[in-house]
Design a protein. Structure first.
Ligand code: CP
Length: 326
């Protein structure tokens, strides 16, 4: 059972903490600084000794109330590559199973004085809540269908590495936009850097209020430079809610197959994939797939985010030079 207690608490004393809660809080300068820091860390990972002493003595707590492979593993490895101590708590198997509230869980982990709490939670606003009740810097690793800001940043990084300039790119996001925190974060991030977005999918899964062109016609993806595929997020659909007649029909009408793509058209997917539903294996495994690149980007972008919330600026040469003696 997951309980989010929302009673008001006085904000912690001291200067305001830097958090990463939503792409809406970022400026274009913030994005450029974070991507630049990620590039610097990527260069550091080319070295024989990959560990940097940058966050030595800091504690990063990863608190996950939903399943995760990519986000949880990359945050943990990012913290370790920067020499921080890490503590990972997954709600399953923790005292959340005994009814402990998010407030009490956050206060309990907060008693260890973590510098950063990375949180994934099914309820919108849970990261903001943890930021209010603890003294830690908080990073949103996904809250309900609201936000997944580090996914958007790692996708911008992946696109920049692949395409160079982001300004003027056209990305078609295909699939279950309605339940997607990734799509909401991407739309804001793409707007910041001048990427045009078209949303494509079944009518019931295309919210009309989002600031992008929308179409149900899968042929529209051929105009895009990049096709960004989303899975059906059944964990956010209520019992008995049907948005498409069947997965077989969804796949037939909106599944991404080699026949639906132009030669050389790039394909992205945040993962996890449901091969044979929203994406054909021949697409997922093709040389034009950037899916593994996205996972690699996740590590360096999350290193940059941890560094940035803690230091508030571009990565310093001293932090990297120290790696030579570590
Ligand atoms: N993209 C993403 O958030 O993947 P995980 O759920 O595996 O973390």
């Amino acid at each position: 059972m997951i309980r989010l207690v929302t009673d008001d608490l006085r904000p912690p004393a001291g200067p305001p903490k830097r958090h990463l809660l939503s792409v809406a809080d970022l400026t274009r300068d913030d994005v450029e600084r974070l991507l630049g820091t990620a590039r610097t860390f990527a260069a550091s990972l080319e070295r024989h000794v990959k560990k940097l002493p940058t966050l030595k003595g800091h504690l990063v707590v990863n608190l996950f109330y939903e399943s995760s492979t990519r986000t949880s593993s990359s945050f943990e490895l990012a913290a370790k590559r920067l020499s921080a101590d890490t503590l990972t708590v997954k709600s399953a198997g923790s005292s959340v199973d005994k009814g402990e509230s998010l407030k009490d869980t956050a206060l309990t982990l907060g008693a260890y004085d973590p510098d950063v709490i990375v949180i994934r939670h099914p309820q919108i606003g849970a990261p903001q809540f943890v930021a209010r009740v603890t003294d830690a810097h908080v990073v949103n690793a996904g809250d309900g269908k609201h936000q997944h800001p580090t996914q958007a940043l790692l996708d911008l990084y992946t696109l920049q590495e692949e395409c160079g300039s982001l300004e003027g790119l056209h990305v078609a996001i295909v699939g279950d936009v309605l339940h997607s925190r990734v799509a909401r974060s991407l739309l804001q991030a793409f707007a910041l850097v001048g990427i045009r977005t078209t949303l494509v999918g079944p009518p019931a899964l295309l919210p009309r209020e989002l600031p992008a062109e929308t179409t149900t016609d899968i042929e529209a993806i051929r105009d895009a430079d990049v096709v960004y595929v989303l899975r059906m997020q059944s964990e956010r659909m209520g019992p008995g809610e049907n948005y498409v007649p069947s997965l077989r029909e969804y796949s037939a009408r909106w599944g991404i197959t080699p026949e639906r793509l132009r030669p050389g058209q790039k394909v992205m997917h945040p993962g996890p994939m449901n091969r044979g539903v929203e994406i054909d294996s021949r697409v997922a495994d093709s040389p034009d797939s950037l899916i593994t690149n996205e996972v690699r980007s996740g590590l360096v972008v999350r290193m940059a985010v941890l560094y940035d919330v803690l230091t508030g600026g571009p990565v310093g040469v001293q932090a990297l030079a120290a790696a030579e003696v570590a």
